[in-house]
Design a protein around this ligand. Structure first.
Ligand SMILES: NC(=O)c1ccc[n+]([C@@H]2O[C@H](COP(=O)([O-])OP(=O)(O)OC[C@H]3O[C@@H](n4cnc5c(N)ncnc54)[C@H](O)[C@@H]3O)[C@@H](O)[C@H]2O)c1
Length: 447
């Protein structure tokens, strides 16, 4: 669905009017295009933590601008497309001033659509209280900058566990690329990978891998199938038998296979297990299928309650268990669930949906340590307002509010969720486990 306000304020006349009236002026986001260089460039790099070698390695083929004492202490106007501050070595509150100085002097250097990443050591891994406090303080800085910098600039904090330095690459590459256009203000923890060190083809990371995507015939599911297929996967597209034609079309479009299946059917788990015995285990499983049946609780029928929980929560739980039980995911496998910011914040008229999506977070957190014993990770994305048929059904005024109530002042596209899932499912993302990453432009809901 098109966002006419976004189009309007980016027309010459609309821009002038919005400026005069003090209205928000969101920039259309720049997203990754096939064939385009993945990392933003040039990037200014500063700080003095233990992660500088990894940062330099990721940027070995592109331009980095090392922050010199001059750029750290005097405002500069030379533009850059990104900034990385390695704060992993921060041990005292006084050292937080270094971040103040860096952003005070360099914020204006950041071009439109720039990517900013702060690297830290999670408080639970700190040696003493002052260090843990200083590291925790980074969250406030990052979330504020994500609100303040505007111009479609995104800002994230990556806490990297000691010893997990080599697991940082895939996350750094994602957050310093146009793939993360609608992800901002997020805090991600990177640990030692559950599946050890892997050799990665960064151009086609899923080459030779099999991915299962539920709800793949349209919307976000179709975009996920397209992204995984673009990056080399053979995608098995699942949707309800009633969506037969759209499902065949989707599977054809990604050179994948169609598997018509109602994921809530009593025999869904055994059918998937039989599929695994016949064709082999999966490398990626994305539980995307979801439904809404919105009503306030006093007007909600029991079937509306139960059907939402069945599709959104019971099916992912039951199918994940069944697949792990039959070793239906190869070592290095990835399960990615789709939660929602409603599951974090709650939402009027969505008690069934929010219950199911909060349950998905519980599923991810509870299953991740168990799946890790099979070298499989379990994570979730929590989308905010994404332009799909699901959100097109929302009444106009609520839809418009949903679009604007985030730091990027616009809704996301299915591709934004799909790219984030591509990062979580990436063979090099074995260090990201049990996490929920919001794809919501830093929505105010549940912030
Ligand atoms: N669109 C948003 O703004 C938004 C926000 C947060 C979360 N989400 C979540 O993202 C996911 C995809 O949403 P969407 O907007 O693309 O929805 P959509 O309604 O466009 O697509 C959902 C797909 O799931 C399929 N599906 C439903 N029940 C199924 C079942 N029992 N078995 C197999 N397939 C089934 C549908 O046929 C459909 O193709 C959902 O889990 C949704 O809750 C969406």
């Amino acid at each position: 669905m098109s966002d006419s306000y976004l189009t309007f304020v980016n027309s010459p006349w609309g821009r002038r009017l919005a400026q005069a009236a003090g209205l928000p002026q969101p920039l259309p986001l720049q997203r990754h295009r096939s064939g385009q260089q993945s990392l933003v460039n040039p990037v200014i790099v500063a700080g003095a933590g233990r992660l500088m070698t990894q940062v330099q390695r990721v940027f070995s083929d592109t331009d980095t601008v090392a922050a010199t004492p001059a750029t750290l202490n005097a405002p500069s106007t030379v533009k850059v497309q990104g900034a990385v501050f390695d704060a992993s070595g921060l041990v005292s509150l006084e050292q937080l001033d270094e971040l103040y100085r860096f952003f005070y002097c360099n914020a204006r250097r950041l071009g439109q659509h720039a990517r900013v990443v702060v690297l830290g050591t999670a408080p639970e891994h700190c040696a003493d209280l002052p260090q843990a406090v200083a590291q925790r303080a980074l969250e406030g800085l990052v979330r504020s900058l994500a609100k303040e910098l505007r111009r479609a600039i995104t800002v994230q904090l990556l806490y990297v566990a000691p010893g997990a330095e080599d697991a940082l690459d895939s996350s750094l590459r994602f957050f310093l690329s146009r793939r993360s256009a609608y992800v901002s203000g997020q805090v991600v923890r990177v640990h030692a990978p559950v599946d050890g060190h892997v050799t990665v083809n960064w151009d086609k990371p899923f080459a030779g891998r099999r991915a299962l995507v539920t709800g793949a015939s349209r919307g976000i599911g179709l975009a996920i199938a397209q992204v995984l297929a673009r990056d080399g996967a053979h995608v098995i597209c699942v949707d309800v038998p009633q969506a037969h034609d759209a499902l065949q079309q989707a599977a054809g479009a990604v050179n994948g296979s169609a598997l018509p299946l109602d994921i809530t059917a009593p025999d869904a788990a055994s059918l998937l297990q039989a599929h695994v015995s016949q064709y082999g285990a999966f490398d990626v499983v994305v539980h995307n299928a979801g439904i809404t049946r919105d009503k306030t609780i006093v007007k909600m029928s029991e079937s509306a309650w139960q059907s939402v929980l069945a599709v959104n929560l019971q099916a992912p739980l039951c199918l994940s268990n069944a697949l792990l039980e039959c070793e239906g995911l190869n070592p290095g496998g990835r399960i990615v669930c789709v939660s929602s910011i409603s599951g974090i914040a709650g939402n009027l008229g969505q008690s069934n949906y929010a219950t199911s999506k909060a349950g998905v977070i519980g599923l991810v957190q509870g299953l991740a340590p168990r799946a890790a014993t099979q070298q499989v990770t379990v994570n979730a994305v929590a989308p905010g307002f994404i332009e799909t048929q699901m959100t097109a059904r929302i009444p106009l005024m609520i839809r418009e509010a949903g679009r604007r109530m985030n730091s990027l002042s616009q809704g996301g596209q299915p591709i934004d969720v799909a790219e984030t899932i591509g990062w979580l499912a990436h063979p090099a993302s074995g260090g990201v486990n049990g996490q929920v990453v919001r794809v919501c432009g830093q929505s105010l809901l549940g912030a």
